[in-house]
Design a protein around this ligand. Sequence first.
Ligand SMILES: *[C@@H]1O[C@H](CO)[C@@H](O)[C@H](O)[C@H]1NC(C)=O
Ligand SMILES: *[C@@H]1O[C@H](CO)[C@@H](O)[C@H](O)[C@H]1NC(C)=O
Ligand SMILES: *[C@@H]1O[C@H](CO)[C@@H](O)[C@H](O)[C@H]1NC(C)=O
Length: 483
Amino acid sequence: MATRLAAVLVAVAFCWAAVPAADALGMNWGTQAFHPLPPKVVVQLLQDNGIKKVKLFETEFGTMSALAGSGIEVMVAIPNNMLADLAGSSRAARDWVKRNVERYDFDGGVSIKYVAVGNEPFLEAYNGSFIHTTFPALENVQNALNDAGVGDRIKATVPLNADVYNSPPGNPVPSAGRFRADIAGIMTDIVKFLAKNNAPFTVNIYPFLSLYLNDNFPLDYAFFDGGATPVNDNGVLYTNVFDANFDTLVAALKSVGHGEMPVVVGEVGWPTDGDKHAKSSYAERFYAGLLRRLAASTGTPARPNQAIEMYLFGLLDEDAKSVAPGSFERHWGIFRYDGQPKFAMDLTGQGRNAMLVPAKGVKYLSRTWCGLNPNAKDMSKLGANIDYACSRADCTALGYGSTCNGMDTAGNATYAFNAYYQVQSQEDSACDFNGLALPTTTDPSTATCNFTIQIVTGKAAAFKGRSGVAVVFLALLQILALW
Ligand SMILES: *[C@@H]1O[C@H](CO)[C@@H](O)[C@H](O)[C@H]1NC(C)=O
Ligand SMILES: *[C@@H]1O[C@H](CO)[C@@H](O)[C@H](O)[C@H]1NC(C)=O
Ligand SMILES: *[C@@H]1O[C@H](CO)[C@@H](O)[C@H](O)[C@H]1NC(C)=O
């Protein structure tokens, strides 16, 4: 009896370990890294931090296998380059659903809740490439889910950038929100179709980008501390751009007859490097405010006292992402590339000075760096070699406003050579650069600038997982907890 009671207490303690801000909190898990963490390590990381929802950018077997049996709710995804195929053929959509949803949809499999059809397909940067394929692809995918008999619990949705709606320049208040004129017809069709299927509208909202794109943007308006001069919308006061942006969408939905449609925030977050505003202290401040509101189910002025389902962007840094939007693009993680937390963050939204639980079982390459050879004679090709290294590795930390900015030429060269050497898994041949480089066991890192050692990827890094005994033990604890 005493033993059983003790086991129950242990089980209860397990449940209390980490309770995120309501059950509304999810994470975006992108994998565009040169040495991505093994999927099983990432799933353990999610579980250790009490995260119960995850949003993906593709539907990859290794990721899905690691998620199987975890109980984590998943938004699987269809990349933009597949939209044309799925738009053109309901058969292609049925095949996709069979291979990427039905295959994992069983007891003990993956708990799929949404299918993301495309990712921000109407971004102006895409020049309209996906304007005509997104809606038909959405229709075909949801219809395929319905035909497969899972449409009542698995919903197709399109994660859209907040640039699909706006307020007129003459009346820049949230209540005047409308869908962007060039896509208003398609947006109306999409909203009506989502409503018919009881699916949510998904939007990505980035206060950081408001600041990045506009030097005159009031800094405090990007955060949730209430310090900004309010925007007055017919007597409703807005003190942060997140609320204003969200409510602009609510008004746009209302204008097409669906003001009550559920809205999921598909991405929201703050990067920590690559721009003067991308820094850990701001990220910490932004998330603290966001999570406090999420935990309190504050809602927004247009939808007060409502919990907003939201997915933070992102879980991990991705050093192989395109930097077309800006150098900050590779630094969105609340964890570094290796699953180490970057700053204090309390997912329960209680504002405690807590650190997230770091990733377990991560294997690093040896403590060897690649640096500028102090005895190199001919420096004429140094610039070309640095450029080569940086075109095949991530050097964004060197730029203006970034953590490694302001070093001398030798520092820059060492940073670039090392980044490349690590991406190449410390191959000897990757630390030569025409005799300009040499491996070293002395860490060149400074107080502000990390010269990183990459992690081991591939089979060697396969996470051992829990032993069979531990699994049985945990199952036993769960049974006892019910008893
Ligand atoms: C969009 O158009 C611009 C200017 O014409 C061009 O530079 C860019 O590469 C195009 N982007 C895509 C995704 O087609
Ligand atoms: C180091 O690299 C950065 C980023 O490319 C550049 O802005 C800076 O001028 C370089 N510093 C020197 C001393 O070359
Ligand atoms: C460098 O990496 C270490 C180890 O993860 C971390 O503790 C530290 O905060 C990092 N420093 C910077 C400036 O990013």
